[in-house]
Design a protein around this ligand. Sequence first.
Ligand code: ACO
Length: 406
Amino acid sequence: KKLTLGKEDKNGIMVFDPAFMNTAVATSKITLVDGEKGELRYRGYKIEDLVENCSFLEVAYLLINGELPTNKQLNDWENKVMRHTYIHENLVEQMKTFRYDAHPMGMLISSVAALSTFYEEANPALKGPDLYRNQNLRNKQIFRILGKLPTIAACAYRHRIGRPYNSPVNHLNYTENFLYMMDRLSESDYRPHPRLAKALDICFILHADHEMNCSTAAMRHVGSSLVDPYTAVACAAGALYGPLHGGANEGVLHMLEEIKDVSNIPQFLKDVKAKKRKLMGFGHRIYKNYDPRATILKKVAADVFDLCGRTPLYEIAVELEAQALKDEYFVTRLLFPNVDFYSGLIYQAMGFPTDMFPVLFSIPRAAGWLAHWIEMLDDPSLKIFRPRQKYVGETDKEFVPLSERI
Ligand code: ACO
């Protein structure tokens, strides 16, 4: 729908812009997406350089604090995040009351929201709207959220498979500890394979932020009411749970399973071109070039498959991409693989069930949500988000008492 202008009132001219297609709701210095060139930068740094040289927690520091950390700052940051990985025993007990087959994303969203009840000091509803002028207090909530999310995610996964929850261990790094909590079966000398931990760390960097996507916009929207950050993160995670946002990589897997064999690709592409279906993991609202995250993930996928063994789905994906990129339909519409084309394959090869995919997206995206939360709080022009509407309902109806309604 095209943007249209409405009547002018004391707030200026109202703009009718469904889905905010043409509306910028904030100025931001966090992430730059150049869709024409196919470039992604966090705080001015190219994503390729960050993936090559940094850990996820280092990138989280960059997103939230605005600059890359020194060695000392990074050590301090890592220690603080890792010191906050434990969750309160009552929350553990609470998580155990979910149904045996509860979706891990539902468990994550409600457990993060529940965190707000454990930290009264963090609640502006109780402590006053100026609470987050206190930098130390903000930072503490950031450490808690970054630290506890992987623990909650791992508990949700263990719950689903009917196994006891594992406690975090702080001698491992962020991603290693997460894999450890997911999989540890017996002794504490278990260590995930370093190449797998690195692959997951790269996936986390690539998913950490993507400017004003649906869940980040939700974080800012909810956060603008000055609610506590646990509730705001739970709301952002709720937005991410939707299949139009965090669920496309699962769609790619189903599509590849359905194609079943490389010999079926030409017929599948014919159906796509006849608009009978979509090529999942292709196309993007902003990227009109190869999504740089997909380029990186293609290499990560090759490495993970090298380690875990190739599956026919990987061969199908590579061939499907090759054929689509030679096809005029995709070339003229500037349709390229997006971040979801290879991420689901990687997660599946690493042994994650598909219902963990949105959870694996939420853990790193929390760094982006928190960076936007801080940027918003520091904006002196912050006001509560309150879009307008174009009322098209009836007016001036006569009231009919209940007893007279037919
Ligand atoms: N397969 C086939 N055709 C496609 C695809 C696709 N994946 N994506 C776009 N097209 C076609 C459209 O049919 C349209 O063709 P037309 O001009 O003949 O009508 C043209 O390309 C332009 O597409 P739009 O729908 O205008 O693109 P839009 O920006 O609205 O949609 C979207 C972007 C939703 C991502 C779309 O490309 C899509 O549905 N892709 C598949 C799902 C997917 O991979 N989503 C993940 C996105 S990344 C993320 O959210 C993390």
